[in-house]
Design a protein around this ligand. Structure first.
Ligand code: 2BA
Length: 109
């Protein structure tokens, strides 16, 4: 048994959830935020048999897209306490960040 944890962009989350249902893959969906951009993303937790991990990874790969986003760094104050203009910077996000972990035990009571 493995636990696949996939962090995807909110724009891809509904499609991914539907694809999991179609493929009879059970998943839990969490509303999360990225530590860097601090904007919303979605984390799926998927408990899955070892021989279906590749299938799950394939579904995630097909559904998650890379996008460019602009972020504006926090306003900074210079020595005269005047705020200095900050330039928006481009950041590439995604497709998906995925972790696969061994699960020692799995129970459904
Ligand atoms: P965020 O932390 O909001 O990061 C969004 C994107 O910003 C990242 O895209 C990456 O391109 C960039 N980025 C992140 N930290 C950076 C830094 N210190 N300096 C410069 N650029 C930085 P992705 O790599 O595709 O990550 C998308 C989201 O996946 C992340 O959102 C975070 O929620 C999660 N994530 C990525 N790597 C992770 C890790 N090692 N552990 C836990 N969560 C992770």
């Amino acid at each position: 048994m493995k636990m696949v944890i996939a962090i995807v962009q909110d724009k891809d989350a509904n499609k991914l959830g539907l694809e999991f249902v179609k493929a009879n893959v059970r998943a839990t969906r969490l509303a999360t935020s990225g530590g860097f951009l601090r904007s919303g993303n979605t984390t799926f937790m998927v408990g899955i048999e070892d021989d279906r991990v590749a299938e799950v990874l394939g579904i995630i790969k097909e559904t998650s897209h890379m996008r460019k986003q602009f972020m504006t760094p926090a306003v900074s104050l210079d020595v005269s306490m005047e705020s200095t203009a900050t330039t928006p910077m481009e950041v590439q996000v995604g497709g998906a960040t995925v972790f696969v972990q061994d699960i020692e035990q799995f129970h459904r009571f």
